[in-house]
Design a protein around this ligand. Structure first.
Ligand SMILES: [Zn+2]
Ligand SMILES: [Zn+2]
Length: 193
């Protein structure tokens, strides 16, 4: 708690891990397990871990020469909407989280802009960005309630999975045009007789 107060509290998030006990001590490592409540939704417009959801972060931090290597998992339940029938969809996620957090004075390899290398202040690591990317990457582009969800009836909007035999009388405008021709023919037949 004391630690939290000493560092800019406004920058503190539930994804921030204090690692001062590991800093500059290559070979040391520590495990962090944290249950947290999501304060800013993670995901895409169609599916994500909503505000207020419970989540678990299980992380191993290991001091290496240039920084701290972080690896572990983030687990939470994502909620969204089926892309076909608009029903609610839930996904239990357990996504891998990893990255190398290097000290500000660590030697930089020019052209070494690997996706999972980040700089940190040498005191605490904020995993929010890493977790956010890992969650977004693991979520389906088009969430589906079932892989073969038949979607909605394009005529009345009924959910077809609830009513597999759902059908409408085919009212093709071309047929109704013919019907009216037939009617008028019948009428003219009657007139002639
Ligand atoms: Zn569906
Ligand atoms: Zn219908």
């Amino acid at each position: 708690m004391e630690e939290r107060v000493r560092h800019t509290p406004e920058a503190d998030t539930e994804f921030r891990i204090h690692v001062r006990d590991l800093v500059r001590r290559p070979g040391t490592h520590r495990e962090y397990s944290r249950d947290l409540t999501i304060v800013e939704a993670l995901g895409t417009e169609v599916i994500g871990v909503p505000l207020g959801a419970a989540a678990t972060l299980n992380i191993q931090c290991e001091a290496v020469t240039d920084g701290i290597w972080v690896s572990g998992t983030f687990a939470a339940r994502a909620a969204g909407q089926c892309g076909r029938c608009l029903d609610e969809v839930h996904h239990d996620l357990e996504v891998p989280v990893q990255g190398l957090f290097v000290y500000p004075d660590a030697p930089h390899d020019e052209g070494d802009d690997a996706d999972d290398v980040f700089e940190f202040d040498g005191e605490s690591i904020d995993l929010e960005g890493v977790v956010r990317d890992a969650v977004v990457t693991s979520l389906p582009f088009t969430p589906l309630c079932e892989p073969d969800c038949p979607g909605l009836c394009d005529q009345c909007g009924a959910r077809l999975a609830d009513d597999p035999d759902h059908a409408h009388e085919i009212l093709d405008p071309r047929w109704s045009a013919l019907d009216s021709v037939k009617d008028s023919l019948r009428l003219s037949d009657k007139k002639e007789s």
